[in-house]
Ligand binder design. Structure first.
Ligand SMILES: [Zn+2]
Length: 130
């Protein structure tokens, strides 16, 4: 079975059905939950807005966003659940904060062995090349 979205071979028995298409697990997850945090226009306008405001690094972030950034920086690799617990944030709040930090290219998400981690983005903060 071939994934209708990415065209990769799906291991036997792992195909997911989404609106009549057979998708691999990764594509299925993306299809049901579009990644709102990876929006090129939003990245560009966030960087531009920060550049125009003379902001570098973590300047211009809220206290909470700075604390989250520092926490991730200190720990290297943390799960969203970890941050939510540490800062007592509901998931939607964390998503919102993370979206801003992602748009400012301070933090990024990655998946290692099926677990999502939040990391400090290499090259940042302050690498505003437009
Ligand atoms: Zn796929």
């Amino acid at each position: 079975m071939i994934c209708a979205r990415c065209g990769e071979e799906i291991p036997q028995g792992e195909e997911m059905n989404h609106m009549g298409q057979s998708l691999c697990e990764d594509c299925y997850i993306e299809a049901i939950e579009p990644p709102r945090t990876c929006d090129v226009t939003a990245v560009y306008s966030a960087k531009l807005a920060r550049k125009l405001a003379g902001h570098e690094g973590t300047d211009g972030l809220t206290e909470l966003q700075k604390e989250i950034y520092d926490y991730v920086k200190l720990n290297g690799k943390v799960t969203p659940e970890n941050i939510a617990k540490k800062f007592q944030l509901p998931k939607w709040q964390l998503d919102k904060q993370f979206a801003t930090l992602r748009h400012c290219e301070l933090l990024r998400g990655t998946k290692i062995d099926g677990i999502v981690y939040i990391l400090v983005m290499e090259g940042g903060p302050g690498s505003l090349d437009i």
